[in-house]
Design a protein around this ligand. Structure first.
Ligand code: DGL
Length: 278
């Protein structure tokens, strides 16, 4: 048994989809969530920068005493999964492997599509992992503007449908029967994406699949919170202005997030230290 919190990390607010799934499946577990809003969005950034920012946030979570790390961001998972597993003693769960497993199980034809940010698609992480299964053909498309629509609260405008049709055309033309929504924000666009892809295409999103991996790791590592444990959920951001985070979180997920703490990751601490030293 271990009553320490689970540490969940995302570039911003989108990873709350994963936090919500973990909360629903494991309501007695405490959670510390950090959204790296100072550096968000990660999608268009060079992989090396995403890796650096991500490790700083994960270091911060570990220093806060978490018993497990969950990388809820697809772009960050693609950038630093291997580094994270080597660097920390606590188990690390990311979003790519669970989604890949579920897509392989769901596909009848072996023709699987993946849609994600530029960073995720350019890294090839999904494509590499999916192609490990013999008989699988992978088709990938970046959808740079999807995050922007979700963050503006737009999930059904004619413009969104037009943009979605354009991004998804190559995947439709390829005849995929399963599509991985490889980004924290895309579950909110499942209606639009499902409409464009048609009813014969199964959509796989990483939030609930990742929560199952968290569950599995906690049980197999004897890390579940005690039956008497009282769960706490703490939300932290790196950006100075937490109002947009709270607003978006509550718009997307209901009124769970009332208060957000500002945290300083390694780089900022270092800068503060340097300033203090003169
Ligand atoms: N969290 C990112 C992801 O899942 C999307 C938002 C961003 O670009 O930072 O890839």
């Amino acid at each position: 048994m271990d009553n320490s919190p689970i540490g969940i990390f995302d570039s911003g607010v989108g990873g709350l989809t994963v936090a919500r799934a973990v909360r629903d499946q494991l309501p007695r577990e405490s959670i510390v969530y950090i959204g790296d809003t100072l550096h968000s969005p990660y999608g268009p950034k060079p992989i090396a920068d995403v890796r650096r920012y991500g490790l700083e946030v994960l270091d911060t979570l570990v220093s806060e005493g978490v018993k497990m790390l969950v990388i809820a961001c697809n772009t960050a998972s693609a950038a630093l999964l291997h580094d994270a597993r080597e660097r920390y003693d606590v188990p690390v769960v990311e979003v790519i492997r669970p989604a890949v497993r579920s897509a392989i199980a769901a596909s009848r034809s072996g023709r699987i599509g993946v849609v994600g940010t530029q960073g995720t698609i350019a890294s090839g992480a999904y494509q590499d992992m999916l192609s490990l299964t013999p008989g699988t053909q992978v088709f990938a498309a970046a959808a740079p503007r999807f995050v922007e629509f979700v963050e503006a609260g737009v999930t059904d405008s004619p413009e969104l449908l037009e943009v979605a049709a354009e991004y998804l055309r190559p995947l439709r033309d390829a005849g995929v029967d399963t599509l991985v929504l490889g980004c924290t924000h895309y579950p909110f666009l499942a209606g639009a994406i499902g409409y464009i892809m048609g009813p014969g295409v199964t959509l796989v999103s990483s939030d609930s699949e990742t929560a199952k991996d968290v569950y599995r790791e906690l049980v197999s590592g004897d890390l579940l919170a005690a039956p008497t444990a009282k769960a706490t959920r703490t939300y932290e951001t790196t950006g100075a202005d937490s109002a947009p985070f709270i607003d978006l979180a509550n718009r997307l997920l209901g009124s769970e997030v009332r208060d957000v703490r500002l945290v300083r990751t390694g780089q900022i601490d270092l800068r503060t230290l340097r300033e203090a030293q003169g």
